[in-house]
Ligand binder design. Structure first.
Ligand SMILES: [Fe+2]
Length: 549
């Protein structure tokens, strides 16, 4: 199974016999010319959407496919094939039911260097093999599968935060490449990426295309076979001057509703909603037009299973108060909307770890482990991974998977166990100021709940950490509608602040005291010297008068 763009290029040229039969001398000359061209930055123009850069508007005699082909927007009856060439060319997709019989084709005679061909009238849940051709240059043959019928099983892979760890080394992490190889081996039906694909957006276009092409060089290896959808991350949008530059993100992915950064679609009867958590000025919030759109989108989806995605989580473990909890009112409205609309899964990234939390029936997953350095935290989950969701006819099975394919944490819906009791913001075994109220979440709304500090009396109201220095226990008891009780115990060490001191008074008086001290020292000294002087004068006068007498 060809997996690299280099293979496509070689296959395309070797078909014409040009490179294979070239003499060594001519080969050296051509390679030298290519190196010169690369140093001139001409290689970058292939990634640009600015067609004015291409001055030759005649059909090119020989062309190279410089990106793709990749498959996008796959439904149970259609798909879009996209690729780029280094010159304006025509476009043809040849496809069929086996790689040895591509007996169907669709062409576009319009000359272009970005090619998007929509295949329609496809059969449901069917594997199609395809290759693309531009002015006689063909790609390797790949394959994709149309969506299953509504309600039929499919495999979803979610991954995110693959970004490099610094600007100075924009190459993608090796672990991201390893994870992509493993995801290709998984043969998923659909892939969602949860943001932060590059380290930063530069003010330099060439630097941006360079960084993003390093990303697409890896992601397209999977994109040959599977539609990849994505939400935008905080590292992907604005440069250091605060100028939003979504064009690179939009170029890397081909999705519904572009150029908007939020969209939705159905796949096998499941409704997918992709949110933009990076709206400038409202980072970490869903507001305005997008909020209205989201309410309508989820409402219109009716009783379909609903999966929602954004870059920032609602209940972060590391980016506390700078994820979707930056405005807790908006966060709680979002959670309430998800509950009201029966959203099954909300998946995000941003925190470089894996975590699952169920809040009132909505499963929240943080899957930010595809390449950036994992975050150590009290809740665990700091390992590289991707997230697999097997949507079956009766169940949904979720697993975090390490780059070598080893499953780590699993969860199944429908969930039939007792109520899960979870804590956020204030970690178990942490030190916090007395009076701090921990955030407690239940996997479903309890019929009865009791809180007890230090094994004392039960209360239906959660109060803050007792104002007594030392360790305190919090016992929580929750009963579900079947009468089953759940129990969780958390431990905190109270930091008790002492009575307010007069430190500020001391600070303000200190300089005065120093000045006074100086005056106290100087004035008596001057008085002493003056006194000595007067006494001396008197002695001299007496001696002089004595001598005269
Ligand atoms: Fe992020």
């Amino acid at each position: 199974m060809p997996t690299s763009r280099e293979t496509i290029r070689f296959c395309g040229r070797s078909t014409n016999g040009n490179l294979i039969h070239m003499s060594v001398r001519r080969l050296i000359i051509v390679l030298s010319m290519l190196l010169v061209l690369l140093n001139m930055g001409i290689y970058q123009t292939g990634y640009r959407t600015d067609r004015t850069l291409i001055v030759n508007h005649e059909p090119a005699a020989t062309v190279s496919i410089i990106r793709g082909p990749t498959v996008h927007m796959v439904t149970n009856h259609s798909s879009r094939i996209m690729w780029k060439t280094d010159a304006l060319t025509n476009a043809t997709v040849e496809y069929g039911y086996s790689d040895s019989n591509l007996n169907m084709s669709l062409s576009n005679a319009t000359l272009d260097n970005i090619h998007k061909v929509n295949l329609v009238g496809l059969e449901v849940n069917t594997t199609y093999y395809y290759r693309v051709m531009s002015n006689g240059t063909s790609s390797a043959t790949y394959h994709f599968k149309t969506a299953p019928a509504d309600g039929e099983p499919f495999k979803l892979i979610v991954l995110g935060d693959n970004r490099p760890s610094s600007d100075t080394a924009p190459a993608q992490p090796q672990v991201f490449s390893d994870i992509m190889d493993q995801v290709i081996a998984e043969n998923p039906d659909i892939v969602i990426m949860t943001g932060d694909y590059v380290y930063s957006i530069s003010t330099s276009d060439s630097e941006n295309w360079n960084a993003w092409s390093k990303f697409t060089n890896v992601s397209d290896r999977l994109g040959h076979y599977v539609p990849i959808y994505a939400v935008i991350g905080n590292h992907d949008l604005t440069d250091w001057q605060g100028t939003p530059k979504p064009q690179y993100f939009l170029d890397a992915f081909e999705m519904f509703n572009e150029p908007k950064l939020y969209s939705s679609f159905d796949f096998a009867g499941v409704h997918f909603t992709l949110l933009d958590s990076e709206q400038q000025g409202y980072e970490g919030q869903i507001r305005g037009e997008q909020w209205s759109w989201l309410v309508n989108d989820l409402t219109a989806a009716g009783n379909r299973t609903k999966f929602v995605f954004a870059h920032r989580p609602l209940y972060p473990l590391k980016h506390i108060d700078s994820a979707m909890d930056v405005n807790k009112t908006n966060r709680d409205e979002l959670q309430q909307l998800f509950e009201d609309q029966n959203v099954t899964l909300f998946a995000a990234g941003h925190d470089h770890l894996f975590n699952r939390l169920t809040v009132n029936g909505v499963v929240h997953v943080i899957t930010g482990g595809a390449g950036a350095p994992p975050y150590n935290n009290p809740w665990g989950g700091a390992y590289y991974h991707y997230f697999r969701v097997d949507v079956c006819t009766e169940t949904i099975n979720m697993t975090s998977v390490k780059p070598d394919g080893t499953g780590v944490e699993t969860y199944q819906l429908p969930y039939t166990g007792p109520i899960e009791i979870s804590i956020r913001v204030v970690a178990n075994n942490s030190q916090k100021k007395a009076g701090t109220i921990p955030e407690i979440y239940f996997s479903k709304v309890p019929t009865v709940v009791h809180y007890s500090w230090d094994s004392g009396a039960n209360s239906s109201t959660l109060t803050g950490i007792p104002d007594i220095e030392g360790e305190h226990t919090l016992d929580i008891y929750a009963q579900d509608s079947t009468g089953t009780w759940s129990h969780a115990r958390f431990v905190f060490t109270a930091i008790v602040t002492s009575t307010t001191t007069t430190t500020s008074t001391t600070i303000t008086t200190t300089p005065t005291a120093q000045t006074s001290t100086g005056q106290v020292l100087i004035i008596p000294l001057m008085l002493a010297l003056a006194s000595i002087g007067v006494v001396g004068v008197v002695i001299v006068v007496i001696v002089w008068l004595t001598k005269r007498s």
